[in-house]
Design a protein around this ligand. Structure first.
Ligand code: SAH
Ligand code: SF4
Length: 367
């Protein structure tokens, strides 16, 4: 009995609930679906922070919220504290450092291009995959984020855009801290919530999941016909070269990864994006471009070439623009389209995990 009471006393995050779950919750208290819709709209469209004090609700819903939402009650609302908000010199990148209820910090980045806004979301605090050039990989794994903690990042970015008088978010990329397919269930639930038309309404075709190459996750996305775009981080076109940068390649070898991508393409018919962080002298030679071209032959692929953002724990340097262009033209002659991504917002430590890493360094230095 004691155990049951203790478990039922643990407050639940309201933003973890999908619409169907919210409808069931309210239904169990005798409230009709129309009230669930009103609450959903207030939480996910109007982005209200203080739902329990919201005056626009009908009395039964107001009563339910008074009884169920808030300190010591059944539900709470994820509202991470913004501990940093810094903008790049060109004003096009804004980076938020958000503190979660257990004091973990995560990064959410807002990127603007021609009046269109994209948010880059974190899916874990830290990351277990250990890619050598990545600031998040260098800090190791801390924990998975819950759906509500992923949704709260979108709410935060959307509110920041609104208060600056901008249009809302158009696109989302899961390219912040963490490996989305290592936190599959929570990420899928979050994306279901975020893409709901009566809520945040960012459609699946505007959402890209980026993975280090978690093979079972890629196959599951295909099997479940998840409607999101897929980006796969490659960085090497031979097993030896890839493993040197991406230790997770030992677990899901390159050959298996490419086979999974081919299966994904066969089952979904969707183009796959491949990310390639260009590191001078490591993976940016013409021969390596040629091998990448061969590896991707027959796939509907688009390669994003990203010059390295230098990080504290890795000695590599970014490839020059000329070398990046040479790499690109070899891919082109192999029939593979690519884009060289500008290193935007380098002055706000735009690489994934870099702001948190920088903060903890300065905090340790007593600043
Ligand atoms: N874990 C996922 C998504 C987050 S990382 C993944 O690895 O795909 C998002 C992208 O940023 C990946 O392609 C990753 O390789 C790249 N990246 C990480 N650190 C970087 C750095 N210091 N410079 C350039 N790209 C980096
Ligand atoms: Fe994790 Fe992605 Fe960073 Fe690799 S690049 S350590 S998978 S966040």
């Amino acid at each position: 009995m004691t155990t049951v009471a203790a478990i039922s006393a643990v407050p639940r995050p309201l933003l973890d609930l999908t619409f169907a779950e919210l409808e069931r919750e309210l239904g169990a208290s005798g409230l009709p679906p129309v009230h669930a819709r009103a609450l959903w709209r207030a939480a996910h469209q109007e982005l209200n922070q203080n739902l329990a004090k919201e005056n626009g609700f009908v009395p039964p819903l107001r009563r339910w919220l008074e009884q169920n939402l808030g300190d010591g009650k059944r539900f709470f609302l994820d509202a991470p504290t913004e501990t940093d908000d810094i903008a790049s010199a060109d004003g096009l990148t804004r980076k938020f450092l958000l503190r979660l209820a257990d004091d973990q910090t995560i990064e959410t980045v807002l990127m603007s291009f021609k009046g269109r806004h994209t948010a880059c979301l974190s899916t874990q605090a830290g990351c277990a995959m250990g890619c050598v050039f990545c600031a998040t990989g260098q800090m190791g794994f801390v924990r998975h984020l819950r759906p509500g903690e992923i949704v709260a990042q979108v709410r935060h970015a959307q509110r920041a855009l609104r208060s600056a008088g901008h249009d809302g978010l158009r696109n989302l990329v899961l390219m912040g801290m963490g490996e989305p397919l290592h936190n599959y269930e929570a990420v899928m639930t979050a994306l279901e919530i975020i893409s709901d038309r009566g809520g945040l309404n960012i459609g699946p075709s505007k959402i890209t999941i980026s993975t280090v190459g978690v093979v079972p996750g890629i196959l599951r996305l295909a099997e479940e016909q998840r409607p999101y775009h897929l980006a796969v981080s490659l960085h090497g076109a031979t097993e030896a070269e890839r493993s040197a940068l991406v230790p997770a390649s030992a677990r899901w070898p390159l050959a298996e990864l490419i086979a999974a991508c081919r299966t994904y393409f066969a089952q979904t018919g969707r183009r796959i994006f491949f990310e390639w962080t260009l590191i001078a002298g490591a993976n940016d030679s013409p021969a390596q471009a040629g091998r990448l071209g061969k590896l991707l032959a027959g796939l509907d692929a688009h390669v994003n070439l990203i010059p390295l953002n230098p990080t504290g724990g890795f000695a590599g340097t970014p490839t020059s623009l000329d070398a990046a262009k040479a790499f690109q033209s070899i891919l082109k002659s192999a029939g593979i389209p690519s884009t060289i991504r500008q290193r935007r917002g380098i002055d706000v430590a735009a690489g994934c995990g870099q702001l948190r890493a920088e903060k903890s360094r300065t905090d340790r230095a007593g600043k």
